[in-house]
Design a protein around this ligand. Structure first.
Ligand SMILES: Nc1nc2c(c(=O)[nH]1)N[C@H]1C(S)=C(S)[C@@H](COP(=O)(O)O)O[C@H]1N2
Ligand SMILES: [Mo]
Length: 529
């Protein structure tokens, strides 16, 4: 009798034995979560720039080929960075699950795999620009913690389910509880610690306080927006883009935190005397305001990667002259704290008739973090990627045949003047308008020459000149408007600009790579009767 019962009990356990692999995969994911949480916590405490998620993400941003990057921007738009992080997260979760299963099947193989992942993350972290002396610590300790969790969790899993499992029903229950308790508590702890550390990292930045406390000298010369510069027309962009609406384009997954009191600007390379300036050295030279429209090379015809601001800053030529560029130099490689670089013709930075500046304020307030706090470059007439380095910390005077910038080996031109352009802001495609007088309006820019005229064409009609708003200067865009007597039906509106040198906007369509899009925007409008 007794023997019989025992046999049946064993049988039951055998048939009820759950599949081990899903649990092993789960253990792998929990181990990876523990790795990340420990690393994030240590990063928040000792080495802010050493977040493994962000370092690996940034590493991937830099190595993905251009078509993939463009696809990501097309698919996810301004959320492309979030999409990347989600992608990295999913990839890591799958790899961790595989490590868990392998560890269950072959002892220590999963642990070694996780360890290799940790070593790769450490490599990504310590080779990044701006990595501190302690930046190896978070990923290394995190990896040790993750490997320990994996080995312990899989050990418990084997005691519950594996070949070494306890045949005794009672103890089997205990073993199951022990595995679930261990992985459950570790998972909970990882989420709490990981999220807490990220929040801590993001909210306790002393640089935010430094920016709040910053008092810049008042600009000696200010820019006034003349009367008639800004029409308030529904759907039409304002002539000054508010900071909160200003487009943002950069390769930075987290906005660099740069303390203005420790910030330095270094100028070296082909100069007579290399120099180094502090933030005070820079602003104490005297600040002036400049109105400049910034444009991204990735702006498609009709796109919105363009914005206008009043920048406060110091002419770059004054600073460059202190160092004394040598006669055979023709390029300045500007570098950001995060390693991003841009190549700008030396001539554009030393030209007395072109105000290339180190900007410290944007529309009357210290630069927002995303727009380059504490110092960025702004150069009228050149696309942002070859001139507008944010978080700038170093200029190397050099030659185009000696050095290249971040985007140059990635399929973009080493030199890229902004192509003169115009766009329709209203009416918007897909928003029907009523027949009668309809105001067509938009923006046009031709930095640094200035816009002479903007013309529109309805369907196959003649080109008709529009009215321009009173320009702030030739470096800033203008608004244009045209009152159209719209008849019911579908109509095409085309727009083109001419600059003050008489150049007509290029009609031929071109993609954004290698040096900016071109073509006349043609938009379809539905007019209801
Ligand atoms: N450090 C750094 N500066 C940078 C970039 C970058 O990726 N990193 N992108 C450039 C590009 S491509 C453009 S168009 C402008 C955009 O400036 P904004 O984000 O302030 O609009 O910044 C430029 N400066
Ligand atoms: Mo750009």
């Amino acid at each position: 009798m007794t023997t019989d019962t025992r046999a049946r009990a064993t049988d039951t356990t055998t048939t009820r034995k759950p599949h081990a692999w899903p649990w092993a995969a789960l253990a792998g994911i929990v181990a990876a979560a523990a790795l990340l949480a420990v690393a994030e916590l240590l990063a928040a405490l000792f080495a802010r720039s050493a977040s493994p998620v962000l370092a690996v993400g940034s590493f991937i941003v830099d190595i993905v080929p251009r078509p993939l990057k463009e696809l990501a921007i097309t698919l996810f738009g301004e959320s492309d960075k979030i999409a990347l992080l989600v992608g990295v997260g999913l990839g890591a979760a799958v790899a961790a699950a595989v490590a868990g299963v392998l560890e269950y099947r072959f002892r220590f193989v999963g642990a070694v795999l996780l360890g290799i992942g940790g070593i790769l993350a450490t490599a990504a972290i310590i080779t990044r620009a701006g990595a501190g002396a302690l930046s190896w610590l978070p990923p290394v300790v995190g990896t040790i913690a993750g490997v320990a969790v994996l080995v312990l969790a899989i050990g418990r899993l084997k005691r519950w389910i594996g070949p070494a499992r306890n045949r005794d029903g009672e103890t089997a229950g205990t073993d199951r509880r022990q595995f679930l308790l261990f992985t459950g508590l570790t998972a909970l702890g990882a989420v709490v610690v990981g999220v807490g550390a990220r929040v801590l990292n993001a909210t306790t930045s002393s640089v935010a306080a430094a920016r709040d406390a910053l008092r810049l000298p008042s600009p000696r010369r200010t820019v006034t927006v003349p009367d008639g510069a800004n029409w308030e027309i529904e759907g039409l962009s304002p002539i000054i883009t508010p900071n909160s609406d200003f487009y943002r384009v950069d390769t930075a997954l987290t906005v660099p935190n740069v303390d203005p009191t420790t910030w330095r600007l270094q100028i070296d390379g082909m100069v007579d005397t290399p120099i180094e300036l502090s933030f005070d050295d820079l602003v104490n030279r005297g600040l002036d305001e400049y109105g400049v429209t910034l444009t991204c090379v990735s702006n498609e015809v009709g796109g919105d990667l363009v914005g206008n601001a009043i920048w406060t800053g110091v002419p770059i030529r004054d600073i460059l002259r202190m160092a004394g560029p040598q006669a055979d130099a023709d390029m300045v490689l500007s570098e950001s704290v995060d390693g991003y670089t841009a190549s700008t013709p030396l001539s554009a930075l030393v030209d007395d008739n072109l105000d290339a500046i180190f900007a410290v304020a944007m529309n009357g307030e210290p630069l927002p973090f995303e727009h380059g706090f504490p110092v960025r470059m702004v150069v009228p007439g050149l696309y942002g990627y070859v001139s507008a380095t944010k978080w700038v910390t170093k200029l190397t005077v050099t030659r185009f045949d000696k050095d290249e910038a971040y985007w140059t080996p990635r399929g973009y031109a080493a030199q890229a003047p902004i192509k003169l352009s115009s766009r329709v802001d209203t009416p918007k495609i897909g928003t029907p308008v009523a027949a009668g007088t309809v105001t067509i309006a938009g923006m046009a820019w031709a930095q640094p020459v200035g816009v002479q005229k903007v013309e529109v064409r309805i369907d196959d009609g003649d080109w008709q000149e529009t009215q321009l708003s009173n320009p702030i200067n030739d470096q800033s865009w203008v608004q244009w408007r045209f009152d159209w007597n719209a008849e019911a039906g579908s109509h095409y509106i085309a727009v083109r600009a001419t600059d003050k040198q008489g150049n007509l906007q290029i009609e031929q369509q071109a993609p954004i790579a290698p040096d900016g899009s071109s073509g006349w925007q043609r938009t379809l409008v539905t007019v209801s009767s």
